[in-house]
Design a protein around this ligand. Structure first.
Ligand code: KG4
Length: 341
């Protein structure tokens, strides 16, 4: 038996401050501070986010370590989100991780936030089924900033097969909510309304892009013009049709995502398929994966809801795999606002 590897993960890329402790791949404890301050502005305000991270980071890390039932001297290494994300938010976590690693005299491991979302599929947790995909597998990574089909060859070896050439799926759904005068973030609101709506009520043109890439900006604009025209005829159009509008638009986005993913499965011959990122919380997208397992025999991996949003458990998990490969980070490593897998 080798020595236990206990990693503290720190996540601060956007508006959640999260810390988690992973021991040999098992989650021991996690604490997350959400920021309600942005709700009033209809989107994340970067300056407010970094200030809130400053306030939250010490109590959040303290709470995670206590929940894990360890002391900070038990830690083997610190993993942190280096990017992509909001620069001011990232800097809080990056600086804190560096300071803590120096004070404890333990290694520092930088994590790509997007890889973290994918590697959340390997977290072991008491009371969960803990099914992990075998390599290679495909992962549909869908969040507010990204929509990608990734081929995962190994924990630290991933390649992008296709990605959005403009907007991300999450951003598109958020805009749908905004155009309809609903709240932020739009994803959960549209999801809830759609459950009571008819997905066949309205038809939106699906974008046509070559290969495995996505495009959502045209779809977004077509919804805007459609609503504008309908509201001219009937000022109550949105209010009277909001469930059907949400269901039809959501269904279009999910169809676009699944059509390209189906193409990727056919091209690669890999039918082990996972989904990750904020949009993987979506009811219809999760159902589409289950349907594919039944109709096409896909071996599907859908994350628990707790790993769909930003969380530090996935960062600690990704850091654990890099630690095992002996890949560490230097103290002068900068944060990256933009970085690919
Ligand atoms: O991965 P994430 O938490 O943050 C980053 O973008 O990095 O993803 C946030 C996105 C937002 O666009 C949000 O509206 C969307 O995920 N989202 C959803 C749902 N829950 C969150 N979209 C559709 N249905 C949901 N239930």
């Amino acid at each position: 038996m080798g020595k236990d590897v206990i990693i503290l993960g720190i996540e601060s890329s956007c508006d959640d401050t999260s810390a988690a402790v992973i021991k040999n791949g098992w989650l021991l404890g996690q604490a997350t501070a959400n920021q309600e301050v942005h709700r009033a502005y209809g989107g994340v305000v970067p300056e407010l986010a970094s200030r809130a991270h400053e306030q939250n980071i010490v109590p959040t890390i303290d709470a995670a370590i206590k929940r894990a039932g360890i002391s900070k001297e038990d830690l083997t290494a610190i993993g942190f989100t280096r990017g992509p994300g909001l620069m001011g938010s990232l800097l809080v976590g990056v600086s804190f991780a560096k300071g803590l690693s120096v004070s404890l005299g333990i290694p520092l491991v930088d994590v790509n936030h997007l890889q973290g979302h994918i590697l959340a599929h390997f977290i072991d947790e008491k009371g969960k089924d803990n099914r992990h995909p075998a390599f290679p597998f495909l992962c549909l990574l869908v969040s507010g900033g990204n929509s990608q089909i990734v081929k995962v060859n190994n924990y630290n070896d991933m390649e992008i097969l296709g990605q959005t050439i403009d907007d991300a799926a999450g951003e598109t759904i958020d805009k749908c909510s905004k155009f309809m005068g609903l709240g932020y973030p739009g994803g959960p609101i549209i999801d809830k309304l759609a459950r009571q709506g008819n997905p066949d009520a309205f038809v939106f043109n699906k974008p046509s892009v070559a290969g495995l890439d996505y495009s959502f900006s045209g779809l977004k604009t077509s919804l805007l013009y459609f609503l504008r025209d309908k509201m001219k005829e009937n000022p109550d159009f949105i209010e009277q049709n909001k469930n059907d509008l949400a269901a039809s638009f959501e269904r279009t986005v999910v169809d676009v995502l699944m059509n390209k993913l189906t193409k990727a499965v056919a091209q690669t011959g890999i039918n082990r398929v996972a989904v990750a990122g904020g949009v993987s919380a979506n009811t219809k997208l999760r159902q589409a994966f289950i349907d594919k397992s039944q109709t096409d025999g896909w071996d599907v991996y859908i994350p628990p809801f707790s790993y769909t949003t930003d969380n530090a458990a996935m960062i600690a998990m990704a850091a654990y795999f890099k630690y095992q490969d002996g890949v560490f980070c230097k103290l002068d490593a900068p944060a990256y606002s933009r970085v690919t897998i």
